[in-house]
Design a protein around this ligand. Sequence first.
Ligand code: ADP
Length: 218
Amino acid sequence: MKKQFIVLGLGRFGSSLTRALINNGHEVLAVDKNENLVQEMSTIATHVVQADCTDKSVLMELGASNFSHAIVAIGEDLQASILTTLLLKELHVPQVTAKAKNDNHGSVLSKIGADRIVYPERDMATRLGNQLSSDNIIDSIELSPDYNLVEIKAPESMNQKTLQELNIRAEYGCTVIAIKTGSDLNISPMAEDTICTGDMLLLIGSNEDIRNLESDYG
Ligand code: ADP
């Protein structure tokens, strides 16, 4: 379903986010005070406006309160990030997602009512760190500080074994939630499903359990 978003701040994060939303078929009103960035986004976003989003009357003129979702993509200028988030909540925007530079910034944003806080640099670094630390991990999503959803290349030593034979949940406490074979995705695999070389496994587990599984099979 097509949705309408307002993105405030068109730096590296805001402009990439705008592109992704547009590529997914949504409408985006993109706002930045920098004329060059506004110019660059004018061929991409649905509407682009050069404005200072820390000014309440500007946000009202832009009809910010009509959007169900706003994204505050300002990281460097803490004052602008905080003020914009506060104004959007004052204007009753139901969902405000704000980008934080660090934990302190994030806790201020949370106190003033941001509905969701994202830490792009920290999260990307964690994902990259997890991927680089392992020969098998292709991707990982942090579910909590202790739990991850990871995509791993099935190690050679699992070839032609069923999930029952591998007994991963009992032995390691990790759950295989899907097996990818080429473009086929087997969601909620059965105990008798066999793993073959080249398969990808999606599994959930604690960081320690995943590490143990990897080091035993790697
Ligand atoms: P990134 O790391 O994603 O590049 P930055 O914090 O460096 O993020 O960039 C934030 C963007 O937000 C910049 O393009 C800047 O011009 C814009 N910005 C900052 N303050 C305001 C404001 N008060 N009104 C509108 N745009 C702003």
